[in-house]
Design a protein around this ligand. Sequence first.
Ligand SMILES: *Cc1c(COP(=O)(O)O)cnc(C)c1O
Length: 341
Amino acid sequence: MVKIDLRSDTVTKPTTGMLEAIMTARIGDDVFGEDESVSELEHKLAALFNMEAGLFCPSGTMTNQIAIKCFTQPMDEVICDQTAHVYRYEGGGIAYHSLASVRLLNGPRGILTAEMIEREINEENIHYPNSSLVVLENTVNKGGGACYTLKDIEPIHQLSKARGLKLHLDGARIFNALVATGDQAYDYGSYFDGISVCLSKGLGAPVGSVLLGSKEMIQKAKKIRKVFGGGMRQAGFLAAAGIYALDHHVNRLSLDHAHAKVLGGVLSKTKYVSGVMPVETNIVLFDIHESFSTAGIISELNKRGILCNATGPKTIRFVTHLDVSAEMIEQTADILKNLIP
Ligand SMILES: *Cc1c(COP(=O)(O)O)cnc(C)c1O
């Protein structure tokens, strides 16, 4: 039985075209600054987002944690939503690497506004940690792939600038947000001090994330990456996959979004689902009706070849991606309709 893997958009395997790009990559020792593919990838993304420089890292956790370390001093405070990946899923890295505390907000579906943030910025006072950084996530993973538009971000940018805080974007799925909103990557550069972009999520590359920022910030980031153990040698094989993904796998994200909408529509009509979060991108979060067991539903889906994860006691997540075809979506829709007779 062919498995339909809806657990995450990280499970994609390189396509034939991507493998070819990997095989023919121009490589060198990137710790010596000699890997042409890594440099090309860093320049390409920096230019795309109108940022001065980029830094290729092994993971999005590393790009985020390096950015936080660049933008804070020990005893500072980071402001983010309580669902934020940087807080929940990076192993307490903010405390460990940066010796900073975190101020958590509770935005609807993880989306923050300038008003919410302004209330949480500390005044100068010896009792208070120094608020120095705001982190936004776009799309919001725990918000079911909810998007900020640049219009939403503009007042947050203005506030951060006026109050002397840095603004970092966890853009693990920024290309999903760009495709869904129609906003331009180029315009993001003037709003953020740091941007993390994942290549290994919806873009379908096997490994890697790129941190974008000013020349000065990226210089500092490079040193921190080395200390974190993230200086890689012939990383051009991975960077070549990233370049290929940027050239071939961005526009097709709209297909993943359409697929997610189909699944959301089908789920909302079943009796075992009590609610589906509005589907904006490639993530479908849905709640299981109280008279059904979440583990039971997942196990029934597994038996029929559909893999997925629970993200809460009553919540299941589907993520669509490059390796889920239109035919698989049709098959999944049929299975979902007939799951409970
Ligand atoms: C996946 C993800 C990351 C980075 O995860 P890695 O597995 O470390 O690459 C960061 N932020 C969000 C919102 C993510 O979904």
